[in-house]
Design a binder for this molecule. Structure first.
Ligand SMILES: [Zn+2]
Length: 258
């Protein structure tokens, strides 16, 4: 299988073989250089494309889904504007998954509870959402995950099992961390780029161009811009009789520890 744990021994063996052959001038040293570049390329690709499950198992869509449901997800809240997202979702009878940051839950505990009260799922999106997440050690990632869970558990009797890494970065420390904390990594099949693109039409087009039942869509409940795009996406879905369910329902997973 195309996984980090399988690729590394293969590349390492080929590297040693190439180095020996180059040492005896059987082949050129450029083969060693090529293998190193291949390793760097695969590692970078595996780290930044969450759909590859390169370092750990990642659910990013419901494969071979013939139903009418898909999962809208919202990262980085709760924020004051999350309430507007909740109102909008309620008016379309849509359920979603909110990957919350621990420090944001501390700022907006009432809104956090409202998310749950309205039947949505919450997942862990680390305590601080560090910009350096990709460079943290496994111990630091574990602390980030456990601290966020503790904030949740202070407010409600739940321990989240779903985890979404900040920026979608997956790497060996994160893989080790989620194995230890027993979280399930949830990615996405459609990235709205709502925090990157400023043009609402472009965000909307980007989402609906590929949208199908079974997809998991990444949004952020952090801007009015996304709120407006969300309303258009919900209309688009309604016209096709598609509906948004929580990620755990779509994927048939348990969102919280028993
Ligand atoms: Zn995030």
């Amino acid at each position: 299988m195309f996984r980090h744990k399988n690729i590394v021994p293969v590349l390492l063996s080929l590297g040693i073989l190439a180095a020996i052959l180059a040492l005896f001038s059987v082949i050129s040293w450029s083969w060693c250089f090529l293998l190193i570049m291949l390793w760097i390329g695969l590692t970078t690709w595996g780290s930044f494309d969450i759909r590859q499950s390169y370092f750990t198992d990642v659910f990013y869509k419901k494969a071979r889904h013939d139903g009418r449901s898909l999962a809208l997800t919202f990262d980085d809240g709760p924020t004051p504007i999350t309430e507007d997202f909740l109102d909008l979702l309620k008016s379309y009878d849509a359920k979603a998954t909110f990957f919350c940051i621990g420090k944001q839950i501390n700022k907006h505990p009432r809104i956090f509870k409202r998310i749950l009260e309205e039947g949505h799922t919450i997942g862990n999106h680390t305590m601080m959402h560090s910009k350096a997440f990709g460079f943290l050690t496994a111990e630091q990632v574990i602390l980030e995950i456990n601290s966020c869970d503790a904030v949740v558990n202070d407010l409600v009797p739940l321990k989240p099992r779903l985890f979404r890494p900040p920026f979608g970065v997956t790497n060996p420390p994160m893989a080790k961390a989620v194995q230890q904390t027993k979280h399930q990594v949830i990615g996405w099949s459609i990235r709205s780029l709502d925090t990157v693109l400023s043009n609402e039409d472009k965000i909307y087009e980007r989402v609906v161009r590929r949208l199908q039942p079974g997809d998991i869509v990444l949004f952020h409940d952090t801007s009015v811009k996304t709120l407006r795009v969300l309303e258009r996406v919900l209309v688009y879905m309604k016209e096709r009789d598609w509906h948004s369910v929580t990620a755990d329902e779509l994927l048939n997973l348990h969102a919280y520890e028993d």
